[in-house]
Structures are given as C-alpha cells and as structure tokens.
Design a protein around this ligand. Structure first.
Ligand code: F6P
Length: 357
C-alpha cells in the first residue's frame, strides 16, 4: 500500500517528528510513503513529491521546519474569516485527485492547522481518504488538548523573558515582549507565567494601558523598579485609546505591532524608560523540545494506525496523556481560546500577575 503525507500552513517545530513517526510506522507495515512538497501544491500535476524511506528520516526528529516544505498560500489556501470559509475550486481539486489516483495513494495525511484541516474536511467530504494531524504553535485548535510546536514556542518565549529580565533590572526599565497568537493568547499566558512576567495582555481579556501603568507605578512604589510585560500579537487596545506614535501628525499612526504601541503608551503614562521587543518567527524556528519531538512522533504513528483501520475523516488528537482521534469536523472552524475565568488565568492572577483589566 502507498500513502501520502503533506505539511500545510505555517511551519512549526515538530513537523519532522511527525514525518519520522509516519515513515517509521508505515515501514513496519511494509507500506510506501510519498511526501508531497510545499503543502497541497505538491499534489498538482505532474506532482512534486519524494518517496520517503526510513533512511531519509534518520536524524530529522531534532530538526526545525519541515523537510517537505510548506506554504500557507497557493491554490488550496482556505480563506478563513469569521464564519466565512472559502472552498478550494472544483478544477483544482480534480487536478490534484488525478495525481493521487495515478500514484495509487490509499490514504493522505494532512499535517496542518485550522485552514488546512478545513481543506482536508472538504476533500474528505468529496471522497478523499483523508487523515488529519493537528499543527499549530498557537495551540488554538479545538478537540485536542495540545498540538506539537506549542511547547517549543513557549520555551523560546521563556528564554527571551529570562534575558529581558536581567537587562530590565539593570536599567530599571519596563520591557514589553510581543509574542505570537493572533486569535488566542496561549503562548503569552504559558510563556508569561513560566518566564516571570508581571503583566500579560491577551486577545481574550479587554485591558487598558491606564491599568497597566497603574500596576507599574505600584510596583515602583513597592521597590520593584523593572517590569516585564508580555503581549500577544492579537491583543487589542480598547477603542477609546488613541495611539499617536508620531506626535506631529496628531492622528493614529500604526507603525509597529501591539507590543510597540503598548510600550509607547506605558512610557508616556509612567515616564519610565520602556522598550519593546517582538519575538516573531523566532518562535516558529529551531529545534523542537523533547515534548514536541515525542508528541509529533506519536501523532505520526497514530495517523498510520488510523490509515490501517481505514478510519478516514478523522484527526489525531491529544487527550490527557493519551493520543487518540476525533472527527475532523469537531476540530475546525471554532478556535480554542483562553477562558478569561479559567483555572490558568486564575493561577496567573493568584501569583500577582496583572491581566491589564
Ligand atoms: O498561526 C501561527 C502563526 O505563527 C501566528 O501566530 C502568526 O500570527 C502567523 O502564524 C504568522 O504567519 P506568517 O508566517 O504567514 O507571517
């Protein structure tokens, strides 16, 4: 039997671990694995792929990125808006199907996030033998307690906060670290708690920079002259707060991301020297942590088990120390965001972290 695998969407530490798991487990069954390059694009005729044998995966578990390449653009990119999902056009699906048929692919494993799995669901409903593997560093997919890549991203945030801590203390400054998380603040919340942040600003909790400034003043009064603020890239200033980075224009000038804006506001309100740092794609690159290597490998192995059992239209899922599966439709089109009244936000508050509200 021959099966296919592709990575789709943004890259993420641990993708190679999934490939490693898939190829290893498939080889045990005597199956051949075809790795399609650059996401779904590799399916388009004449087909851009390579046969993956166990020898091709030696040592890849420790590598960041993906040996197959990936893309979040192209012919298959599902346009996900609020309640607004565009389908892949029928002629593109038909072309890709020809490649699948010619290669006699009996199962196609899609390693992707919400958009890619939504495409996977469309293809499954059109009769393709699809198996999904959840991937997102943001950890915001429904129906899985965790995705690989998240732990690596959080580790990068913690490392950055450890470094910012010493320079903040030396200069008695406020340091604002902007981290990834467009819709959900999991990276900010986990990274902020583990990295000793004093303030964490999330997309899910309305905050004001006046409140943040108040926290910083109080800390100063208590003798803590430096403050670490973590802000998720998707966090929004309340409507009432005008952002004027260029005082001469008098209008709103959005030169930077939310981190720069918050830093600018804090400096203005408190008079304390404040610096912003945007972590960006450093969170996506580099070697996966041990947890992500293991999770990715187990996800790959489970994907092969689903293929062996002929259970298509399902997504591998991590549930309380156990890797299992759920219907893909349970996972897509409704992101898992931080619960403002949840236990984890409560834990942050309990140790004196401000959410800026
Ligand atoms: O969804 C993952 C993510 O890393 C987000 O946290 C971030 O906003 C986005 O992808 C960045 O995408 P790109 O690599 O296309 O700039």
């Amino acid at each position: 039997m021959r099966i296919g695998i592709l990575n789709s969407g943004g890259d993420c530490p641990g993708l190679n671990a999934v490939i490693h798991g898939v190829v290893g487990a498939a080889d045990q069954l005597g199956w051949e694995v075809i790795g399609f390059k650059d996401g779904f694009e590799g399916l388009l005729p004449p087909g851009d792929y390579k046969v993956l044998k166990p020898k091709d995966t030696i040592g890849i578990v420790k590598l960041g990125g993906t040996i197959l390449g990936t893309t979040n653009k192209g012919n298959f990119a599902a346009k996900i808006g609020k309640g607004n999902v565009s389908e892949v056009p029928a002629e593109i699906v038909a072309k890709a199907k020809r490649t699948l048929d010619q290669l006699e692919i009996r199962a196609l494993i899609i390693v992707g996030g919400d958009g890619s799995l939504t495409t996977g669901l469309q293809l499954y409903r059109e009769g393709w033998p699809i198996i999904g593997v959840p991937k997102t560093i943001d950890n915001d997919l429904q129906a899985t307690a965790m995705t690989f890549g998240f732990d690596s991203a959080v580790s990068t945030v913690v490392d950055a906060l450890d470094r910012l801590h010493t320079t903040a203390e030396s200069h008695k400054r406020v340091m604002v670290l902007e981290v990834m998380g467009r819709h959900a603040g999991w990276i900010a919340l986990w990274g902020g708690i583990a990295g000793g942040a004093n303030v964490i600003l999330l997309p899910e909790i309305a905050f004001s920079t006046d409140k943040v400034a108040e926290v910083i003043r109080q800390r100063d009064a208590q003798g803590y002259h430096s403050t670490l603020v973590v802000v998720a890239e998707g966090a929004k200033l309340p409507d009432g707060e005008i952002v004027t980075l260029n005082e001469n224009t008098g209008g709103e000038v959005r030169l930077g991301g939310i981190g720069e804006i918050v830093a600018h506001r804090i400096e203005k309100l408190t008079g304390k020297e404040t610096r912003a740092c945007t972590l960006g794609h450093l969170q996506r690159g580099g070697a996966p942590t041990a947890l992500d290597r293991i999770l990715g490998t187990r996800f790959g192995v489970m994907a092969i088990k689903l293929a062996e059992e002929g259970r298509f239209g399902r997504m591998v899922s991590y549930q309380a120390y156990h890797v299992d599966s759920v219907p893909i439709e349970d996972a897509v089109n409704q992101l898992r965001v931080v619960e403002p009244d949840g236990e984890m936000v409560g834990a942050a508050r309990a140790i004196g972290i401000s959410l800026g509200d």
